[in-house]
Design a protein around this ligand. Structure first.
Ligand code: NAP
Ligand code: HSE
Length: 442
């Protein structure tokens, strides 16, 4: 048997501890499959004494992950600490520059520095693998980097954050409040160290930025994403959506338009009968529209220690199976220096359906006024529903809820119509506007 693949793991939290346990429990099986054993020879974490539920007493401990990356006698540096800056950035860059392969689950790091790190990896002739960084255990990076080569991709979209999908699902089931659902997602190990990254959509945006680069061959552009999270979504929105045949999902969407690439992350109404509407709990789903293949939908566990460790393990096994001297494919599907500049499409020119929920004063003329603002802005309505009182809270006689569902229209027109409605003085609450996505066959 050839030499063992020696790895160093920086980060022994939810993902790192799961990975270490699986590598130890399945040591012999992995050695058979890969043709050589995978050995953990060094680890790093903040607290050396913490019980990780796995015996690592025989493994060298480094307080400094950069030192591990630079000095430990390892073939692969596995980064599972998180964070877009140091020490993760310095450690991964150091490992790659010293000719060590790197594996990471860190989408924040890749969204911000992925191209720079890809250049270092390609110059050093080593691999930078990151399957676990997007959609947890779903093998979406492999599919896009390898299996879809030669296809023109027009759109990639999906549910990319397990925490948000878990919260929306549990709220709809009616059991728990937003706050309690988030607490439970944290307890289950789904949420980021700072969960505002999940609920405000940043985590989905990081993942979407990586998928956009793979889909369209452009440089990663994490700041050019229209971003709205789910913290604004109330149980009333979820019930109103249900009433009209929709479910609310936090989607990340990247799509080619005539003026550039549109990247957006926002709560979205999807028809109840669509496949994506059925994706519940921590499950993620990624849909790709490709010209040779057609429509592809992959779904599976999007967060959690074992699901994520499964993807990291796949990346490690790929490296273990490589013969010495083997040429490695480019990190982002094509050589990093050839990635094209990202050209952003303006969000105001986004075209689609909209759900608009308004709490209005219950008086004559309001309904006609709403209809007039819609028609003045060229917006055609698919449906208009009135309910007494604030939605889901019963009638008071003073308020009424009006829900407008539009046909495809321009974002700029909707914003203008809502602005005019707001200035007419009869709204009782902030208007709620949620985009509708018709996911083709997905
Ligand atoms: P976590 O539970 O918070 O674990 C982070 C680990 O990194 C801890 O062991 C911590 O040490 C260690 N660490 C933090 N700063 C360090 C430093 N300066 N030096 C050395 N070690 C340091 O995080 P996680 O959930 O496992 O996530 C790890 C990475 O995977 C993140 O990039 C995350 O976005 C990504 N990811 C997570 C999931 C998931 O479901 N959890 C899924 C996909 C991707 P201590 O334990 O001693 O504090
Ligand atoms: N916090 C992330 C999520 C982890 O909930 O999806 C997986 O990337």
């Amino acid at each position: 048997m050839v030499n063992a693949l020696k790895i160093g793991i920086a980060g022994l939290g939810t993902v790192g501890a799961s990975l270490a346990r699986i590598l130890i429990d399945r040591h012999d099986k992995l050695a058979d499959i890969c043709g050589r054993p995978i050995e953990i020879v060094a680890v790093s974490a903040r607290d050396e004494k913490k019980d990780r539920g796995v015996d690592l007493s025989h493994v060298r401990f480094y307080a400094d992950p950069v030192e591990l990356a630079a000095e430990a006698d390892i073939d692969v540096f596995v980064e599972l600490m998180g964070g877009e800056g140091d020490p993760a950035l310095n450690a991964v860059r150091t490992a790659l520059a010293r000719g060590k392969h790197a594996v990471t689950a860190n989408k924040a790091l890749l969204a911000r520095h992925g191209v720079e790190l890809a250049v270092v990896a390609e110059e050093s002739g080593v691999l930078l693998n990151f399957e676990a960084a997007v959609a947890g255990g779903i093998p979406i990076i492999k599919a896009m980097r390898e299996s879809l080569t030669g296809n023109n991709i027009s759109r990639v979209f999906g549910i990319l954050n397990g925490t948000c999908n878990y919260i929306l699902t549990e709220m709809e089931r009616g059991g728990l409040s937003f706050k309690d659902c988030l607490k439970e997602a944290q307890r289950l190990g789904y949420a980021e160290a700072d969960p505002t990254f999940d609920i405000e959509g940043n985590d989905t945006a990081h993942k979407l930025a990586i998928l956009t680069s793979l889909a369209f061959g452009t440089r990663i552009a994490p700041d050019d994403i229209y971003l709205e999270g789910i913290s604004n979504i109330s149980i009333e929105d979820i019930r109103a959506a249900d009433d009209l045949g929709f479910r609310i999902k936090l989607l990340g969407v990247a799509q080619k338009t005539d003026t550039g690439i549109e990247q957006r992350v926002h709560p979205t109404m999807v028809p109840k009968e669509s496949v994506i509407a059925q994706v519940d709990g921590v499950t993620n789903a990624v849909a790709i529209d490709a010209d040779i293949l057609g429509e592809l939908l992959l779904s599976g566990p999007g967060a959690g220690g074992d699901a994520t460790a499964s993807a990291v393990l796949g990346d490690l096994a790929d490296i273990a199976k490589c013969q010495p001297g083997h040429q490695h494919g480019p990190v982002l599907g094509r050589p990093a220096v050839q990635l094209q500049p990202y050209v952003k499409a303006r969000m105001r020119s986004h075209e689609g359906g909209y759900f608009i929920r308004l709490t209005v004063e219950d008086r004559t003329g309001v309904f006609a006024n709403l209809a007039k603002h819609m028609s003045d802005n060229g917006i055609s309505l698919e449906s208009i529903v009135q309910r007494p009182g604030r939605f889901g809270k019963g009638g008071t006689g003073e308020h009424k809820t009006v829900i407008l569902v539009t046909h495809a229209t321009m974002e700029a027109s909707v914003r203008k119509a809502v602005r005019s409605i707001s200035s007419d003085g009869y709204l009782q609450d902030k208007p709620q506007v949620i985009r509708i996505e018709r996911p083709g066959h997905h």
